[in-house]
Design a protein around this ligand. Structure first.
Ligand code: C2E
Ligand code: MG
Ligand code: MG
Length: 743
């Protein structure tokens, strides 16, 4: 029906003509024009009809002209307001979309109007905002020249009866329902939707017009797609079924929902609706649960598993390896010197670094292995099923090599290393917590032995904690008991084989503890502050010894003394050094101070001042263990450094490890281009020496040439410098064992 053709005044007359309330006025104004106006032009109609139009347009009563199916042909302003739509929207609106009633007289209007005639009927009208409200309606059927039988309808809000009692829903209840988060649906015995609230539309995407009359589909899984039918068939009146289902939205997206289906009790039910289905979209809850689950098992920064997850996985893997007689390995990994990155470059950079490391760890292990972040800069790697514990060593090596590849951090190329402790199931412990503790202990051992290495757990390490306590208790008296000694390890010119200098390395010989490695006691001395006295003492010893050697003719030698971070931070460091030089008579040109890059990073400003003061004093500075911690080539440019010592962990890889070769070559080339002299640490083989010589690394230090020696043994070595003796475990020279150097 071309309803839009009747947008203008003519139909007003039709309405007014038969309106029970307005009809009289119209007669008066339009007498004689009843037929003729149809032939007038629009302008003339407006002129002719103006007064009449005003009357209808401004009528406080809502007026509608409807056809016999209830479809609106025209409405006045009050009608539009009443239903919450514009007049244009109202034209063509079907009866079921605006008029709801169980009154048989008014049903005639919605379902096909007959000659029920005019009467005051109570109805529910549907507002555009989604709620129904109670109204009173009066209708007259009349013959329209173009449309045949139509009805003029006047509606008034029902002020006395806010809830349409006896109907499916009342307006107050409906408004309330429209504000709840759960979808509420009235369903008939046939499973078809009778009424719904706004949450239903929000959740499913189906509006009322689309959904009412359709079957409510609840999908309990692939086998229960007609779940609703099953449930309502077996649900006695007054009973309720609850359960979780998966539904599909209008756009095809599936979502989980929690559903309550209630069979209305006798008396509650209506002619059309016997069930109330209420359901809640669980998508957000599920996402929240998944997030909680994620947080419980994963590390948010790196996306790696966390400790809880690794424990769960280890527990699962344990059963599998028990069954097929294999092993599990736990690798406990701690980054070397990470604290310095955080302290000096800030937490954001620290976080970036952790993410890089996480990526590298993931790439270095197999698909079945699990990498977890334990917290801070500690990572745990679970090797799922290995044939032999030794297999863990391959993975550890691969990890160390992966980490060694320089990475770019804040536009700087930095080198990073880690220390790894390894413990295996079932060999080292049956219990996971103990395994983890064992791996942790082994990691500490690896740290003490020098950075960038792995160590397998050994039962002796259990005694370690007790032993460390003993060290702590005994160290403070070591100096006064004369238990500390300085050993010296030569630096050798790679080309000539000449000794060019010596490094002072501290030794502690205790009656109870035996010979204690500086790697074990220096950290304690550093923590307790004892390092300040001890370090000063080493400096004096070393300067004295070198001065003595100079006096004995070895005046080309220099001495390198290791300075700890705490020593370097002393504000009077330069004065102390000047005083020692003065006291021992050693020329400042022959003293070299070894610091690590961690020290440089700690407080770049103050560090630079100290370095310049040392430079002014004529003392050389060496960067020790270069390539570990967070060594950065750009630091070489920024700081006045004379020597750079390539860490043993790189030298170890010469000549087999391609990565180590590249890094060492790069470091040597870069340092040389900046006029910095390079010393290779821990040279043990002729092949290493040959390679270093080829790549212009001028100086080497290591067991190939000599272990650290007591002062008198050193002098013996110097006197017999053609011979390259090998020391015993304590560094004491064994005069009877000289390796024969053959290329
Ligand atoms: P460092 O300064 O890097 O010293 C080199 C370490 O490597 C020494 O261990 C040396 O004995 C060892 N080494 C040298 N050549 C080889 C080799 O060919 N193979 C192997 N496997 N090792 C080799 P040491 O004497 O146990 O000292 C360990 C660390 O303790 C030193 O590392 C240094 O950081 C620290 N340290 C030693 N003495 C002092 C000191 O007087 N003051 C401070 N602050 N630290 C010291
Ligand atoms: Mg050193
Ligand atoms: Mg070193």
């Amino acid at each position: 029906m071309a309803c839009t053709a009747y947008r203008k005044p003519p139909l007003w007359e039709d309405i007014a003509e038969v309106l029970p309330t307005a009809g009289a006025g119209r007669k008066q104004m339009c007498q004689g024009n009843h037929v003729s106006w149809r032939r007038l032009g629009a302008q003339e109609i407006w002129q002719h009809m103006t007064e009449y139009e005003y009357l209808v347009e401004n009528s406080p009563a809502a007026l509608f002209l409807v056809d016999l199916t209830g479809t609106i042909l025209e409405a006045n302003n009050a009608g539009a307001r009443l239903l919450g739509r514009s007049r244009a929207e109202l034209v063509g609106l079907a009866g079921r979309q605006w008029l709801k009633t169980s009154d048989p007289r008014a049903r005639a209007l919605a379902g096909g109007i007959n000659d029920a005639g005019s009467s005051d009927i109570e109805v529910a009208l549907h507002h555009a905002d989604g709620f129904d409200f109670s109204a009173r309606l009066d209708a007259r059927v009349f013959e329209h020249p173009d449309h045949g039988r139509v009805a003029s309808v006047v509606c008034r809000l029902n002020a006395t009866l806010p809830v349409a009692s006896g109907d499916d829903t009342g307006d107050i209840a409906k408004i309330a329902l429209s504000h709840i988060d759960e979808a509420a649906v009235l369903v008939g015995a046939d499973g078809r939707i009778r009424a719904l609230n706004t949450a239903y539309t929000r959740i499913t995407g189906y509006n009322e017009a689309e959904a009412v009359g359709q079957s409510l589909e609840l999908d309990g899984g692939s086998h229960e797609s007609d779940l609703l039918t099953q449930v309502i068939d077996g649900l006695a009146p007054g009973k309720r079924w609850t359960g979780e289902v998966h539904n599909r939205r209008r756009d095809g997206q599936r979502y989980p929902a929690f559903v309550k289906i209630t069979a209305l009790a006798p008396g509650e039910e209506t002619a059309s609706a016997q069930f109330v289905v209420v359901f809640r979209d669980l998508s957000a809850d599920k996402a929240y649960e998944a997030r909680i689950e994620y947080l419980a098992h994963y590390d948010t920064l790196t996306g790696l598993a966390n400790r809880t997850m690794i424990e769960k996985r280890a527990e699962m893997s344990r059963m599998a390896v028990e069954r097929d007689g294999r092993h599990l390995a736990l690798l406990f990994l701690d980054l070397d010197g990470f604290k310095a990155v955080n302290d000096s470059l800030g937490h954001a950079t620290g976080d970036k670094l952790l993410c890089h490391v996480a990526d590298r760890l993931r790439s270095a292990v197999g698909e079945r292995d699990l990498v977890a972040r334990q917290g801070g800069d500690e990572f745990v790697i679970l090797l799922d099923s290995i044939a032999e514990p030794e297999d863990a060593a391959y993975v550890a090596n691969r990890i160390l090599n992966t980490l060694k590849v320089p990475l770019t951090l804040n536009d700087q190329t930095v080198f990073t290393t880690a220390s790894i402790g390894i413990s295996c199931y079932p060999d080292d412990s049956q219990d996971l917590t103990t395994l983890l503790r064992n791996a942790d202990m082994a990691m500490y051992r690896a740290k003490r032995l020098g950075h960038g290495r792995y160590v397998f757990y050994r039962p002796e390490m259990d005694a370690n904690a007790h032993w460390m306590l003993q060290l702590r208790n005994n160290l403070h008296r070591a100096l006064e008991l004369d238990e500390l000694h300085v050993y010296y390890q030569p630096f050798v010119d790679v080309n000539s084989g000449e000794v060019t200098g010596i490094e002072a390395l501290l030794r502690w010989q205790n009656d109870e503890l035996g010979m204690v490695s500086p790697a074990d006691f220096i950290p304690i001395a550093e923590q307790t502050g004892l390092i300040l006295d001890i370090g000063h003492w080493v400096l004096r010893q070393a300067c004295q010894e070198l001065q003595r050697l100079h006096e004995r003719g070895y005046d080309h030698l220099r001495v390198a003394v290791n300075l700890s971070a705490r020593q370097f931070r002393q504000t009077d460091l330069v004065d102390q050094i000047a005083a020692v030089l003065e006291e021992t008579g050693l020329d400042s040109r022959h003293l070299e101070l070894e610091i690590t890059e961690t020290v440089l990073m700690e407080q770049a400003g103050a560090t630079l001042d100290t370095l310049h003061a040392l430079q002014a004093l004529g003392v050389a500075v060496a960067l020790d263990d270069f390539g570990t911690g967070y060594s950065s080539l750009s630091y070489l440019r920024r700081f006045p450094i004379t020597y750079l010592k390539v860490d043993k962990s790189f030298v170890d890889g010469i000549p087999a490890e391609k990565g180590d070769l590249t890094i060492t070559r790069t470091i040597v080339a870069m340092a040389r281009s900046l006029g910095i002299r390079v010393t290779a640490e821990g040279v043990e083989t002729l092949a290493q020496r040959r390679w270093l010589k080829h790549w212009h690394c001028e100086e080497a230090q290591g067991y190939l040439y000599s272990m650290p020696l007591a002062a008198d043994d050193l002098e013996w070595l110097l006197a017999n410098h053609e011979l390259l003796p090998v020391g015993d475990e304590t560094g004491r020279l064994r005069h009877d064992s000289f390796p024969v150097l053959e290329e």
